[in-house]
Design a binder for this molecule. Structure first.
Ligand SMILES: Cc1cc2nc3c(=O)[nH]c(=O)nc-3n(C[C@H](O)[C@H](O)[C@H](O)COP(=O)(O)OP(=O)(O)OC[C@H]3O[C@@H](n4cnc5c(N)ncnc54)[C@H](O)[C@@H]3O)c2cc1C
Length: 481
């Protein structure tokens, strides 16, 4: 079929009003939140039902057209970048935004069933009055979707205590890359057979499209204490992080914000009252039963003071607590005040390596003459070194990419990894060999082939295969599949 015929068929399946294929309509879909990598899709479709997704995928599979799911496009690894095939065939984006309903809330069993396009925070808003919340809370939670969270195994500040997305997904309905519809997992606490649900979560859109998600609901804790500790020396703040965890305290969240970020936030509408003149602040949140929480907070204050915190203050009420969090969660946006573009990096290192790795990261920034900032989930060693730049300056863009690569190598050399929560996508696909040998990568590709035999579903993401779209094992008959 010609491209125009494909578009006509897509319009027939989902309705003309749910297909975008004009050049100007496609502009907003040419990248996710990594604006450094851009490519235009052939078309974007916005299905409303699982049946529509399955019919679209069957058509694209039959016509050998690459395609990929997209949630809200807040991804930070170019996971929803609509890459085409090596022969120039452009891909179709399947944007899940219109499948955004909460289908069922089952308080008695602490679970809910939602469509994948539901914005993360909407679920917590819907269940808050009943004393529940949805625990994974990426800083982008006011815009990212549950489907995108599943694909990336998203984290968030409170995942330190509550665990990342994979710990909160009980079941999935999935349209496989061939168009079949399967159920993975179930609504129980354990499922029989291979853990295909576990394999799907974090598969970055390469194993198919989640069309319905059963999630775990978490009881909202009885009491919460939020502390802001400020340090004149970044090293002291880093050592305080390890010391809090080493003391056997598991905060709900333990975040670090450096001086550049503090000032960007304080200059913005999100001004939270962070002290501008310190090297770094820690936000430490403790939650649980009211009894004993004050004494835990006193322990945290002592540890921070013992590591030369200039002051440690406690949020007086819910409104002050919300302000502290709004500043932290809106920090990437506020960094728009520092430069027109931002390259948010993501890596994880052992907590005890934070001081040396942070020093190394700032040194790399200086070497490449880049403005650097960091704001991150310090409690689990999940760093977000941010490279501020101007995308119109090609030389600066090249320096950003080179610095990004060196930062990844630095983190790997420190015993860490190239991503803590944002995924590999296509942005970091070339870095996978920093972590895995070829035999391990081959095994991952073998698993991918089981779900995605023709490699048409989100090509060029997560695991390097060398050949776009035709990522089949040796001897596989592409034409006959
Ligand atoms: C300001 C900001 C703060 C952020 N903070 C955090 C944070 O604290 N923690 C964190 O983990 N991430 C964070 N992120 C990154 C991002 O928000 C997450 O990765 C999020 O999970 C992406 O969701 P999305 O709906 O935008 O997905 P997209 O960006 O649209 O897609 C991401 C991936 O999911 C796949 N996908 C989307 N929907 C489906 C589906 N239904 N089925 C299968 N695959 C699908 C896509 O193909 C792609 O590979 C942040 C991003 C920004 C811009």
């Amino acid at each position: 079929m010609k491209e125009s015929q494909i578009i006509a068929e897509l319009e027939r399946i989902v309705g003309k009003e749910n297909v975008a294929s004009k050049d100007d309509e496609l502009l907003v879909y040419e990248c996710d939140a990594v604006a450094i990598h851009k490519t235009k899709p052939l078309a974007v479709i916005l299905p409303k039902t699982t049946a529509e997704v399955a019919a679209v995928v069957r058509l694209l599979h039959q016509e050998r057209i690459p395609f990929g799911p997209r949630g809200a496009g807040t991804g930070l690894s170019s996971g929803a970048l609509p890459l085409g095939c090596e022969d120039g065939q452009r891909s179709v984006l399947i944007e899940m935004a219109r499948m955004n309903r909460i289908l069922e809330i089952d308080y008695a069993n602490h679970r809910a069933t939602v469509q994948p396009g539901l914005i993360n925070v909407r679920l917590t808003q819907a269940v808050a009055a009943a004393g529940f919340h949805y625990a994974p809370d990426p800083s982008s939670q006011t815009s990212c979707t549950i489907g995108g969270n599943v694909a990336e195994n998203a984290g968030g500040p409170h995942c330190l205590k509550y665990g990342s997305t994979t710990n909160h997904i009980l079941g999935l309905e999935v349209v496989l890359p061939t168009g079949e519809v399967v159920m993975l997992g179930g609504s129980g606490v354990d499922s029989i057979g291979y853990d295909l649900l576990g394999a799907f979560v974090g598969s970055e859109g390469t194993f198919g499209i989640a069309t319905s998600v059963v999630v775990r609901l978490t009881r909202t804790p009885q009491s919460v204490i939020t502390l802001l500790a400020d340090f004149e020396d970044l090293n002291d703040a880093s050592v305080a992080v390890s010391s809090i965890i080493a003391a056997g305290i598991l905060p709900a969240a333990l975040e670090m914000i450096d001086q550049v970020t503090i000032n960007a936030v304080e200059d913005s509408v999100l001004a939270a009252g962070y002290p501008r003149d310190v090297a770094a602040c820690l936000i430490v949140e403790l939650d649980g039963l009211e009894a004993g929480l004050d004494s835990l907070a006193r322990q945290v204050v002592e540890i921070c003071t013992g590591h030369r915190a200039r002051s440690v203050r406690q949020a007086r009420d819910e409104s002050e607590r919300k302000k502290l969090w709004a500043g932290r969660k809106g920090a990437f946006g506020a960094l728009g005040r520092v430069s027109p573009d931002l390259f948010v990096q993501d890596a994880v290192v052992p907590r005890t390596k934070l001081p040396e790795v942070l020093a190394g990261i700032y040194a790399i920034g200086a070497k490449y003459r880049l403005k650097m900032s960091t704001v991150f989930h310090a409690g689990d060693g999940n760093l977000h070194p941010n490279l501020n730049f101007d995308g119109r300056d090609k030389d600066e863009v090249a320096r950003v990419l080179q610095a990004g690569k060196e930062i990844m190598q630095l983190c790997v050399d420190a015993g860490g990894s190239i991503t803590g929560e944002h995924g590999v996508g296509s942005d970091k696909i070339d870095y996978m060999p920093m972590i895995f040998d070829q035999a391990s990568l081959d095994k991952m590709l073998t698993v991918k082939e089981v779900f995605n035999p023709l490699g048409l579903c989100n090509p060029g993401k997560a695991v390097p295969s060398g050949r776009m779209c035709r990522e089949y094992r040796k001897g596989f008959n592409f034409e006959a599949a």
